[in-house]
Design a protein around this ligand. Sequence first.
Ligand code: MD3
Ligand code: FE
Length: 200
Amino acid sequence: MARLLLRGFDIRKAWLDGSAQAQLIEELRPILRSAPLFRPMTPSGKEMSVRMTSAGKLGWVTDKSGYRYQPQHPKGADWPAIPEPILKIWRELASADRDPDCCLINYYGESAKMGLHQDKDEADFSWPVLSISLGDDALFRIGNQTRGGKTESIWLSSGDVVIMGGPARLTYHGIDRIRFGSSKLLPRGGRINLTLRVAS
Ligand code: MD3
Ligand code: FE
């Protein structure tokens, strides 16, 4: 379980062993059944290549009305609860005295990516954000607190956990690409990223 500090990001390599990763995938199955992945549309009308859904009191959505958190899936049902084993990871690592109200679930297929961006739709940036990587390796790019400047990249693998707190909370970040088929965790390949946030 190596620990890396990169531009204020606290990266715990292999925080979850294979059986913990498989347990999380099992927890996600019923969630994906009741809150199916959808392909979000940016306010400018472009479809994102990542497919998404959420668990928790609030989920993140985007459409022509803009980016926001809301209590229901786009099809109208309340989001399912965040599974206890996922909350446990937050309680161990986030050093926050409150549970997250959103677990964003991102699925990256073969050619999915996410451009450099800041996470700014939450009400209070003093809460950390925690990310859990499952499945195929992903090339994670970290920039600066303002647009532009030099970036650094690191491969994230299944079982890695990253905590973004303090000044790093507003750092630009993105996923350039995944190494499709690099992990055996998901039978059909791809990558799932869970992002825990205090949104409200
Ligand atoms: C740094 N997801 O959903 S997780 C996102 O792997 C997002 O799916 C990427 O960026 C993914 O918004 C990266 C790492 C991450 C998540 C949230 C952050 C890094 C962050 C919030 C603030 C700063
Ligand atoms: Fe982000």
